[in-house]
Design a protein around this ligand. Structure first.
Ligand code: NAD
Ligand code: 89V
Length: 350
C-alpha cells in the first residue's frame, strides 16, 4: 500500500463490545481509516449500527465484502465464528482482524493462520491489553533500561465486577477465566518478559452459578529465565475493585515497576523512586470503568491500520497470537494434570 492511503473498514459483528470498535473507527477517520459498512446476522443490530455510524448495513459478511470495497474486515463476533469469517476474508484477499479469543481450540487457531497464509492474506488478532496507554508506559520503562533485565513479575487481574451483565454468554462457557481474560494477561506476560518455556496452573470455580472456572493462578518460567505469576478471577470480593485494570509488579536486576489501582506506576531505579499516573484520557465515547479497555481499542485499531499500510504484520498477528493461545492451552492442560506443561509451538514448516 502507498504511504498513507485510505483504509476501508468493514465491521463484522455489532454487539456489545463492537460498539467500542465502531466508535474507535469513527475517531480514526481523520487518519484515513474509514468505516465503510457494518454487518451483523441480527438485522436489528446491523441496522442500528448502520444508522448510528452512517454506513450501509448487511446481515451477511460475504455480501458485504462482495458489494462494498473493504480493505480490512474487523471481526468482533465470537470465537465460534472466527474460522468461518476469517476464511471469507482470506478467500477474497481482504485483510482481517479477529477479536480474542482467537478461536475455541489450538487446532482451530492454527487452521485460521494456515488458511490466511495459503491466500497470502493479512491476519491479526485484536488483543488490546498491550495497546492500552498504561501498559505501553510500562513497556517503555522496561525498554529504557529502567529496571535492567526483568527477572520476576506478578500480573494480577482480579475483579468482582458483574462481567455477566454485558456478556451473559460467559456464564455458560466451558472454559472461562483463562480463555476470556487470562488470555489478555498471558499476552502481557509475553509482552513484558518474552516467550515461555513452562506453564503451571491451578484453577477454581468459586461462583456456583457459572459453568466453568472463574479463578486461575498460573506460574511461568520464561526462556529468559524470568519467572512470572499470572492471576485472573471474576470472583474477587474486595472494595476498590480495579476492573478492568491489570495490576502488576515487575522486578529486574536494576529496579522495579509497580502498577496499582487507578493506573498509578511507581518505578524504582538505582535506589531512586518515581511515581506517575499512566492511564489514558477519557474519550468522548468512553466511560468508567470500561474506559481502560475502550481506549485500548482505539490504539489497537490504529496499530492494525498502520501495519497494514506498511505491509507488515501486526504485533498481535495471527502467528504471534498462536504463542499466547499456546499458553492458554498449556494452562488448561496443567490445571488437569497438576504438572508443568511446555507450550505448543507452531511453525510454517509444520
Ligand atoms: P456479543 O454476542 O454481544 O456480539 C457478537 C455479535 O456478533 C452479535 O451481535 C451477533 O449477532 C454477531 N454475529 C455472530 N455471528 C455472526 C456472523 N456469522 N456474522 C455476522 N454477525 C455475527 O459479543 P461481545 O460481548 O460483543 O463479544 C464479542 C467479542 O469481543 C468476543 O470474542 C469477546 O471475547 C470479545 N471481547 C473483547 C474485549 C476486549 O477486547 N477487551 C472485551 C469484551 C469482549
Ligand atoms: O476484556 C475482555 O476480554 C472481557 C472482560 C470480561 C474480561 O472484560 O471479556
Amino acid at each position: 500500500m502507498a504511504s498513507n492511503p485510505t483504509v476501508s473498514i468493514g465491521m463484522v459483528g455489532c454487539g456489545f463490545y463492537a460498539q467500542n470498535h465502531l466508535h474507535a473507527w469513527a475517531d480514526l477517520r481523520p487518519e484515513g481509516a474509514v468505516l465503510s459498512a457494518v454487518c451483523d446476522r441480527d438485522p436489528q443490530r446491523a441496522a442500528a449500527a448502520g444508522a448510528k455510524f452512517g454506513v450501509p448495513h448487511f446481515t451477511d459478511m460475504a455480501s458485504m465484502l462482495d458489494q462494498v470495497k473493504i480493505d480490512l474486515a474487523d471481526i468482533a463476533t465470537r470465537m465460534d465464528t472466527h474460522r468461518e469469517l476469517a476464511a471469507i476474508a482470506a478467500e477474497r484477499g481482504v485483510a482481517a482482524v479477529v477479536q480474542k479469543p482467537f478461536a475455541r481450540t489450538w487446532e482451530e487457531c492454527v487452521a485460521i493462520v494456515e488458511k490466511a497464509r495459503a491466500h497470502q492474506a493479512w491476519l491479526a488478532v485484536h488483543e488490546n491489553f498491550r495497546f492500552g496507554t498504561a501498559m505501553r508506559s510500562v513497556r517503555k520503562a522496561i525498554d529504557q533500561g529502567t529496571i535492567g533485565n526483568p527477572t520476576w513479575a506478578r500480573l494480577s487481574w482480579r475483579t468482582g465486577f458483574d462481567v455477566y451483565r454485558g456478556q451473559p454468554y460467559l456464564a455458560e462457557e466451558e472454559k472461562l477465566v483463562i480463555q476470556d481474560v487470562g488470555i489478555h494477561v498471558l499476552d502481557l506476560a509475553r509482552y513484558f518478559l518474552g516467550e515461555v518455556e513452562r506453564v503451571t496452573c491451578e484453577t477454581q470455580r468459586r461462583n456456583p452459578r457459572i459453568r466453568a472456572e472463574d479463578t486461575a493462578t498460573i506460574m511461568m518460567r520464561h526462556v529468559s529465565g524470568a519467572v512470572s505469576v499470572v492471576e485472573a478471577t471474576y470472583a474477587a470480593r474486595r472494595g476498590n475493585d480495579a476492573f478492568p485494570e491489570t495490576l502488576l509488579e515487575i522486578e529486574g536486576d536494576g529496579g522495579s515497576i509497580v502498577v496499582t489501582r487507578g493506573e498509578k506506576m511507581t518505578v524504582t531505579t538505582n535506589g531512586l523512586t518515581f511515581e506517575d499516573s499512566i492511564g489514558g484520557p477519557l474519550l468522548s465515547w468512553t466511560s468508567r470503568p470500561w474506559h481502560v479497555s475502550q481506549e485500548a481499542v482505539l490504539h489497537a485499531n490504529r496499530h492494525m491500520v498502520q501495519r497494514l499500510r506498511e505491509g507488515k504484520p501486526a504485533d498481535t498477528s495471527g502467528e504471534d497470537n498462536l504463542r499466547t493461545y499456546a499458553l492458554v492451552e498449556a494452562a488448561y492442560e496443567s490445571a488437569l494434570s497438576h504438572a508443568a506443561v511446555k507450550p505448543k509451538v507452531w511453525s510454517p514448516e509444520g
